[in-house]
Each structure stands twice: as C-alpha cells, then as structure tokens.
Ligand binder design. Structure first.
Ligand code: PMP
Length: 358
C-alpha cells in the first residue's frame, strides 16, 4: 500500500505531474530545450518575486548550497545555524576549504538579527548563509528582519536556503535583497527529488567572477554564462524529465491555484496542526517563529513515535520522527506542497484514533 507522505520531503506528487516525467525526450541542445528552460525561469521569477537570473541544477538543493558558498566567498563566510540544515552550510564550507565561522542558536530558537548585525559589523565576512525554514526543528527564521540588517553591508553576499519553504511561503527575493535563494524540487513545489533551483543576483555574479576556484559541476557562474550564451540551455545534460514536470507544475501553481492561495493554504494547514499539537501535545519551536510548512511536536505524552508510524503505515500514512537528537523526543508533521487542508485533517483524525485522543 502506498503511504501518503506527511514527511518534510519528498512529498506527495500529483498523478498528472508524475506523468509529465514520462514525456518523450528532446535534445538538450534544441530550440525546444531553450524554450522550456526560459519558460521555467520566467515563471520562477514570478514565484521568487525577482528580476534576477534563475539557475537550475540537476542535483538536490545541497548541490546549489555548495555552489553558492564556493562561488560566493572571497574572504570568509558567516554561517547562521538553528539546526541540522544550518550546520550543513558549515560542513560544506569546511569541506571546500572555504574559510567560515558558525554562529549557532539553541534548537527550537530562531536567528537573532541583532547577532547578525554584531557579526557583520566586524567586517570579517563577505558572505552569509541563513536557513529560512529549519526542517529539523520547525523554526522559520525572521527573514525580513535579517534582511534589514544585511542591507547595511553591501559587500556581503546574502544566501538563503528556502529548500523547505519556497512555493509554500512568500519569499520576495528582490525586496529582501537576497543574492542567492535556493530551493529543491521535492518540497513545496511538490515534484520528485533531483532538481534544484536558485536565484542569482548581479552582485553574486560579480563576486563569482573574482573567485578563482569555483569547481566545475556546481560552478554557478558557468551555469549563468551558459544561459546567456546558449539561450537558456544547461552546460551538461540536465534532467529534462524534471524540467517537463516543473514547467507543468509552475503553470498549475501560478495560473490555476494562484500563489497567494497557495501561501494561504499553507498557513491554514499549519494552524490546524499547531492547534492540534496545543491540544494534545506541545509545539516544539519558539511560538514567534513557527514554520508554515511543517510542525515539530514535542512528545509530551511519551508515546513511541516509531509505533505510531507503524500503525499509521497500516492506514496508508507516514509522518516523520524527530531529527537527529530530537528523535522520539519530537515528531514532525509536514504540511507542504500539494497537500490539502482535508489531507491534514484526515491524518490527524487517524492519529487521534490510534492514540485514543479525545
Ligand atoms: N535545507 C533544508 C532546510 C532542508 O530541509 C533540506 C532537505 N531536507 C536541505 C537543505 C537539503 O536539501 P536536498 O536534500 O534537496 O539536498
């Protein structure tokens, strides 16, 4: 039996979107390939509220995170981490021999913009990374306030991981001054995993021109240059199947559902799950900074999350255990992508029945 995914990625993919992955191939150096990538980029500009260039990568989001740190840092990177995916930025920097410092906040808490100011004030850093929506804890960082601070430092490249929020939460890239905004296909865009996307500002391009060793496959400047020179083509052979599905899904999101409706739906689903958690358990993260795309629930009843998932599995659902050290102490319910309010209600009803919650 297929288990309906309420894990924070991959998420359920609609049948009509899945079928687009089975379309016949086209040549990646054809006019159709240019048209496909150009149309996708134009639509993604709407989704990210930006005039900047859009880069696609046949990799998951971590690939573009690696490309961003490597191609964007000349001096030193400041990594602001509120959990596992913030930590990932740091290990990427370390393994690429990019000088970096990590500034951590306790699990369940958000980045304090005042600390960002104090760090950038030192003048030591020329790139910062922020995780917009920390999938390990269910914290959504105050990106507007952080952006206000970063704007005071025009030499700093602002990289934001919106892997588990873009297309579910409004992220206005140009208004926020984000230079590189990254997401993956398998979260709020509700596509299969394997493709990642980022916005790429002129400032990021100028910086990358000055970085000597940018690697090859994840060289953001190479991706950018190919788009310009070869009319929206990809330097190597991209996952065209993902691109067919993304092209179709973007049309659905923008022209059928509507972005504002999609954002509203995510808020509505989040409120339902938070209210349920308040009633029967506790919400784990700081109440002022809760994610709209997943809820991390504190296991105040001491249930076995593994057993709950086993029972849910028999009924055709799956949720996520807590991440890393939060395993069994918390569990996570994702409400992202094409998931609906009714899907969420159905899941919670089943959990109530299994745990005998009244
Ligand atoms: N950042 C966040 C916030 C994530 O949730 C994830 C995936 N769970 C990643 C980065 C890594 O993305 P990917 O698995 O697409 O490489």
């Amino acid at each position: 039996m297929h288990k309906k995914l309420f894990i924070p990625g991959p998420v359920e993919v609609s049948q009509d979107v899945l079928e687009k992955m089975a379309m016949p191939m086209i040549g990646h150096r054809s006019k159709e390939a240019s048209e496909l990538q150009r149309r996708i980029s134009d639509n993604l500009r709407k989704l990210f509220y930006t005039k900047n260039e859009i880069l696609l990568s046949t990799s998951s989001g971590t690939g573009l995170m690696e490309g961003a740190v490597r191609c964007g840092t000349l001096k030193r990177a400041a990594i602001f981490s509120v959990g596992a995916f913030g930590d990932r930025w740091y290990s990427i920097a370390e393994s690429n021999n990019v000088p970096a410092d990590k500034f951590e906040f306790p699990m369940g808490e958000a980045v304090d913009p005042k600390v960002v100011d104090d760090v950038l004030k030192t003048g030591k850093y020329d790139l910062i990374t922020v995780t917009h929506n920390e999938t390990s804890t269910g914290v959504m960082n105050p990106i507007e306030e952080i952006a206000q601070v970063v704007k005071k430092y025009p030499d700093v490249i602002f990289c934001v991981d919106t892997v588990s929020s873009a297309a579910g939460v409004k992220i206005e890239v140009d208004k926020l001054g984000i230079d590189i905004c990254i997401t993956s296909s398998q979260k709020c865009l509700a596509l299969p995993p394997g493709l990642s996307i980022c916005t790429f500002s002129e400032k990021a391009r100028e910086r990358a021109e000055k970085v000597k060793f940018r690697g090859t496959y994840l060289d953001l400047l190479a991706l950018y240059k190919y788009i310009k020179k070869k009319d929206y083509q990809y330097p190597t052979t991209p996952s065209l199947s993902h691109m067919f599905a993304l092209d179709y899904q973007l049309d659905k999101i923008l022209n059928q559902e509507g972005l504002e409706n999609r954002f509203k739906k995510h808020i509505e689903m989040a409120e339902i799950v938070r209210n349920w958690a308040d009633k029967y358990f506790e919400v784990f993260a700081d109440r002022n900074h809760l994610s709209n795309t997943l809820t991390t629930v504190k296991n105040t009843r001491g249930i076995s999350v593994a057993d709950l998932n086993k029972e849910l599995g028999k009924r055709g659902f799956i949720i996520s255990n807590g991440y890393g050290s939060l395993k069994e102490k918390t569990f996570r319910i994702a409400h992202m992508g094409d998931c609906t309010v009714n899907d969420v209600k159905e899941l919670l009803q089943n959990i109530n029945e299994i745990l005998n919650l009244k």
